[in-house]
Design a protein around this ligand. Structure first.
Ligand code: TXA
Ligand code: MG
Length: 314
């Protein structure tokens, strides 16, 4: 990917003025603002129409920048040295004298931190004097953005600038792990749980399947393209699209597949763009064929399950 320094400088200038900027990451695009600034963080919540109680992830260049804001530990360092920069977010204890905006953390004494690997956003983080608060760059409860065009589709002229970074290579959000005491995975994501377990050398518990919301962001309806989704089906209703993991020999115009050969990494990368495409093509609902529940297939199924909670307003 070619790095356009003029664009990075433009983003820096806007961020210095407490404006919000769309930034590419390897998982999904983020809607970024100065994490030290209440003004910038308030703008993020307002633009996204995000409930105030749902705290933001703070993005850093390296863990060296992190030490003033939170306490780290051995397990954090193990995972950091193996996977960062990359698609993993850590929940850590916030330090009392941290400069992070209380709006971003919703006054909690914990913080979610992440080190994105996308070269453009890394270059930006390197030259800023502050970390970036950045939730996914979509309207709250809707499908995340995996291209600059997706960000513009959701926010139009309401945001001044989106840094172009091509299509996100992973396509689903980071895996969130609470690493303060006994490690716990709070959100399935672009890094497989088994890879984390290998590094920590133990089974890690998960909290995302409970009906109780442990991370405020685990709201039941999420990642929705704005039309109903029905799961594990082969029979399609009129005006409905069928979402498949793999290309079928007998294809129909309303069949959309996530990967030609059923590769789960490719499928994750294409998930959100395909959901957006189906909606744009005018279908009124989506039936989803069974998707293998292993590796990144688990993350895909998690997103589709939450998206299936969508109900049309009467
Ligand atoms: O891949 C990603 O993580 C993307 C890119 C842009 O970095 N970001 C992202 O942000 O997905 P967002 O805001 O859509 O999701 C952040 C999640 C929410 O579920 C939120 O509740 C959770 O992180 N979170 C933030 N702070 C937390 C905390 N202190 N404890 C538990 N969960 C937290
Ligand atoms: Mg999100």
């Amino acid at each position: 990917m070619k790095i356009n320094l003029a664009n990075i400088k433009k983003a820096k200038k806007l961020l210095n003025k407490n404006e919000c900027v769309g930034v590419p990451t390897e998982t999904v695009y983020g809607l970024a603002g100065n994490a030290y600034s209440n003004i910038a963080c308030k703008k993020i919540f307002k633009l996204k129409k995000r409930p105030k109680i749902n705290p933001l992830i703070i993005h850093y260049y390296s863990y060296k920048n992190l030490i003033e804001d939170c306490n780290i530990n051995k397990n954090f360092l193990k995972l950091y040295s193996k996977f960062c920069p990359g698609p993993i977010t850590f929940i850590l204890d916030l330090k009392k004298n941290s400069k992070i905006s209380k709006i971003a953390t919703n006054n909690k004494n914990t913080i979610a931190v992440r080190f994105p690997s996308h070269p453009i956003t890394r270059n930006l983080l390197r030259i800023l004097n502050f970390p970036l608060a950045a939730p996914s760059a979509n309207l709250s409860s809707r499908v995340s953005a995996v291209s600059s065009a997706d960000v513009k589709e959701d926010f139009g002229k309401k945001i001044k600038f989106v840094l172009e970074g091509g299509k996100s290579s992973i396509g689903v959000e980071s895996t969130i792990i609470d690493i303060r005491n006994k490690p716990k995975i709070l959100r399935l994501g672009g890094l497989e749980n088994s890879s984390i377990e290998k590094v920590l050398n133990k089974k890690v518990s998960t909290r995302y399947n409970t009906s109780k919301i442990s991370a405020p962001g685990q709201f039941k309806l999420h990642y929705s393209p704005g039309i109903p989704i029905r799961l594990n089906l082969k029979k399609v209703r009129p005006k409905e699209a069928l979402l498949l993991i793999k290309k079928k020999n007998l294809s129909k115009p309303n069949y959309y597949y996530l990967s030609k050969i059923g590769n789960l990494k490719e499928a994750a990368k294409n998930l959100y763009s395909t959901l957006r495409k189906i909606k744009k093509h005018g279908y009124q609902s989506i039936a989803v064929d069974k998707i293998p529940n292993k590796g990144l297939g688990k993350t895909i199924n998690d997103r589709l399950l939450r998206a299936s909670k969508f109900r049309k307003k009467k």
